[in-house]
Design a protein around this ligand. Sequence first.
Ligand SMILES: CC(C)(COP(=O)(O)OP(=O)(O)OC[C@H]1O[C@@H](n2cnc3c(N)ncnc32)[C@H](O)[C@@H]1OP(=O)(O)O)[C@@H](O)C(=O)NCCC(=O)NCCS
Length: 189
Amino acid sequence: MFIKISQTRLADAPSLRECIDSVAREASARASNVASSPHDLERSLRACLESASVHLVALDGNRVVAWAQIERGGDTSVAHRGDLRMGVLPSYRGFGLGKRMLDDCIAAARARGIDRVELEVRTDNRLALELYRSSGFAVEAIVKMAMKMDGKYHDAFRMSLLATPPHAESPSKAAADDTGLFFIDEGPE
Ligand SMILES: CC(C)(COP(=O)(O)OP(=O)(O)OC[C@H]1O[C@@H](n2cnc3c(N)ncnc32)[C@H](O)[C@@H]1OP(=O)(O)O)[C@@H](O)C(=O)NCCC(=O)NCCS
């Protein structure tokens, strides 16, 4: 099955919302991936596309099955910083799509001068933590009682990935030089 990774278009908004909504319902992902109303999502997507932020989707046909975004800081003094959010629909996980989306998103952010990518992830979100660690993110702090959901508090890690010096190999090299197509090998039928 071929999945196409591309820059998000406004036309993707309804399917993107379904994807975010589905991921946001999962207990450990809820705090970092909030589903907005159709109107709010379209507004924030428009702002994202018009700014130097990055917004990518993975499409199975016309259906958004994953997204990754790095939203750039608004003020000039923080314009080198970007806030990462991402998610993959459950049935598309474990094939390397999340890693690939993350790499592509970071490569695009670097190209736009975003030298510091940061995120907040719940301490019990093991899979996301593994992914971020394996992509070079480091924990900067523990945010105690970072989120409150259904009356329960959750701690979170603040993580960041800083731009590597120009002479060092970019973590996103592999993603930079291919076609945007991602292959999922589902094995024998
Ligand atoms: C986190 C998430 C994006 C990973 O997506 P994915 O497509 O399954 O990830 P990949 O297949 O690319 O795997 C990337 C890395 O995650 C880890 N990982 C993925 N599935 C794993 C599993 N079943 N067991 C252990 N580690 C796993 C591994 O480190 C893996 O790297 P490796 O294959 O080199 O070992 C996905 O689980 C998700 O959408 N979760 C819900 C939303 C969420 O938590 N978003 C982040 C909020 S901050």
